[in-house]
Design a binder for this molecule. Structure first.
Ligand SMILES: [Fe+2]
Ligand SMILES: [Fe+2]
Length: 174
């Protein structure tokens, strides 16, 4: 029961960060310039500013907790990059719909996004952003560990990978 509550808390946190990224004031955008190389930074800057802020908030939260491994910080700075492939952006309505569906049941998200149609494009983008983000990270030359952390950041929180769990925790509060 406790782990279900934990899941719900994480999903709601993720959802709120999706709708209101950068809700925590004072996120330091300079963390991106410290940890990303120039080509990664170029891709990072294609994201909307509020999403850049969200990513910097996650990275700063990890650093503040002592998680300063470069791969973890780079993954934090790019973990949602898959929401913005080739200049696409999920609409606010899609983001809100995704939060609602995820809150009801992840299985429902799978069902609704199983096939891409004109009406669910934004939802499909959001549902697949971890996998797509890992592909983008691979194209950018990120390490396999960064790719893995991005690919798994939306997985069920199970604590078997402490770095991943820390990333998920920070994602949930930013
Ligand atoms: Fe995400
Ligand atoms: Fe996120």
């Amino acid at each position: 029961m406790r782990s279900i509550a934990k899941q719900i808390r994480y999903r709601v946190g993720q959802g709120l960060s999706t709708l209101f990224p950068g809700a925590i004031a004072g996120a330091d955008l300079s963390v991106a310039t410290r940890f990303l190389d120039s080509s990664q930074l170029e891709v990072f800057r294609t994201m909307p500013v509020r999403d850049q802020t969200h990513h910097c908030c996650v990275a700063s939260a990890l650093l503040a907790d002592g998680w300063n491994d470069r791969d973890v910080v780079v993954a934090a700075l790019l973990h949602d990059i898959g929401k913005f492939p080739e200049g696409k952006r999920p609409s606010l309505a899609a983001r809100a719909g995704f939060v609602l569906l995820s809150g009801v049941s992840p299985a429902l998200v799978d069902r609704v996004t199983a096939r891409a149609r004109w009406w669910n494009r934004g939802l499909v983008l959001l549902a697949r952003h971890s996998a797509v983000g890992a592909e983008i990270a691979a194209e950018m030359g990120c390490t396999s560990r960064v790719q893995e952390l991005i690919a798994r950041h939306g997985d069920k929180v199970d604590g078997s990978d402490p770095q991943l769990a820390a990333l998920q925790r920070a994602d949930g509060v930013c």
